[in-house]
Design a protein around this ligand. Structure first.
Ligand code: PMP
Ligand code: GLU
Length: 399
């Protein structure tokens, strides 16, 4: 049939985070008050010095740039990596794309052959397994538990390795659990990672967002032995409240960077020139907004976790980083919602959206059944108001 659509998309699911964002926007458009804990997007404005740099760039940045980022932006990524992560890559290792999601997509395209396995610790960010499946790869999930801080043990990693293991994904701090690997936890993984012979993709997009003095340690810094197959993914979306600018990058060995250049050369060409100038200003500019945002997230985290734990039937661990809480909600199963009785995290999210206008994302697409992800990138007063509504709704719910 000539009008048939390509089959490769049949195996992949739409983005659950973006689906909930769209659902919340629809509800808001009907005039309903909606509490937005769905999408993982800082609610702060992009820092002023970044917007000013972009305004200046408007006068000059109106042409194509180098396909995977201007030399000065790639150099700025190296400078910031040395300053913030303690190791020094070179610009020929940096590929800038249209957000970290695009960069991860390029990596899946460049690395995954049909049948290749990619190890993904669960809970995981929704896009990792779908991108792997798109290229015929097989995500191999490694379960982690709240008791272990959602941190993968070396034994669990070793048990998941196979001759087909092509890559291992580590997201630290993690979306959706907020788990983050300490230096000791990373060190424990190094011998298994060395043994694996696989690519190691470390998504550090939340690396600046850690709390209570926790130190984010980069695997690339402490494991030089792995650097010839280590890939770091990062971007400006979270650290600098720049989600809409769409700038992310990966740091890879140069031969992989050349493959990514080929991919972008046949797809997007360069990311938007003005956005690149803005990202450069963010990376090299003053750090006070980063500190302010981190402090605000820390206060919101405390309020979010305490508020959730005050709800009967909800249990929430304290995350080390990112801006997500991932409580267990199985204690709410049995509540009546119209004709239905809640029996999954998905049911809980639909019920709380309906009864309280609370938009959050069900755990199932993150590999976290029985849990709901609350993004606390919203003000403390919003968190307080929403959670007290939720507590009342739970107390008065029919079972
Ligand atoms: N990695 C993780 C873990 C994320 O949560 C996100 C959030 N969108 C991304 C990558 C992609 O970010 P962006 O495309 O906005 O750079
Ligand atoms: N990463 C964010 C989230 O998980 C933004 C949405 C997305 O890119 O999926 O909500």
């Amino acid at each position: 049939m000539p009008t048939a659509l390509a089959q490769r998309l049949d195996a992949i699911a739409p983005s659950a985070t973006l689906a909930m964002t769209a659902k919340a926007a629809e509800l808001r458009a009907t005039g309903r008050k909606v509490f937005a804990f769905g999408v993982g997007e800082p609610d702060f404005a992009t820092p002023e010095h970044v917007r000013e740099a972009a305004a200046r760039a408007l006068a000059t940045s109106s042409h194509y740039t180098h396909v995977t980022g201007t030399q000065s932006l790639r150099q700025a990524v190296c400078t910031a990596t040395e300053r913030d992560r303690g190791w020094a890559p070179t610009p020929d290792q940096v590929s800038v794309g249209v957000g970290a999601k695009h960069v991860l997509f390029n990596l899946a395209l460049a690395l995954v052959d049909p049948g290749d396995e990619v190890i993904v610790p669960a809970p995981y960010w929704v896009s990792y397994p779908e991108q792997v499946r798109l290229f015929g790869g097989v995500p191999r999930f490694v379960e982690t538990s709240a008791e272990d801080g959602f941190v993968m043990s070396p034994e669990a990693l070793r048990a998941a390795l196979s001759p087909r293991t092509k890559a291992i994904v580590l997201c630290t701090p993690s979306n959706p659990s907020g788990a983050a690997y300490s230096r000791a936890e990373l060190e424990a993984l190094i011998p298994v990672l060395e043994e694996s012979g696989a690519w190691i993709i470390v998504d550090e997009i939340y690396g600046e967002l850690v709390y209570d003095g926790f130190e984010h340690v980069s695997l690339a810094r402490i494991a030089p032995s792995l650097r010839d197959r280590l890939i770091v993914v990062d971007g400006v979306s979270k650290t600098y409240a720049m989600t809409g600018w769409r700038i992310g990058w990966c740091i890879t060995p140069p031969h992989l960077a050349r493959q990514i250049l080929k991919v972008q050369g046949q797809s997007t060409t360069n990311p938007t020139a003005v956005a690149q100038a803005a990202a450069e200003a963010a990376l090299l500019g003053p750090r006070d907004t980063v500190r302010e945002m981190r402090a605000a997230f820390a206060a919101r985290r405390a309020r979010m976790v305490a508020g959730l734990n005050a709800i009967p039937g909800v249990r929430c661990p304290l995350p080390r980083g990112a801006f997500y809480a991932l409580p267990e909600v199985t204690g709410l199963y049995g509540i009546r919602h119209g004709e239905k009785v809640l029996s999954s995290a998905d049911d809980v999210t639909l019920w709380q959206l309906d009864t309280c206008g609370i938009a959050a994302v069900a755990g199932e697409p993150f590999g976290a059944p029985g849990r709901v992800r609350f993004s606390y990138a919203t003000s403390e007063s919003v968190i307080e108001e929403a959670l007290s509504l939720l507590a009342d709704a739970v107390r008065s719910a029919k079972r």
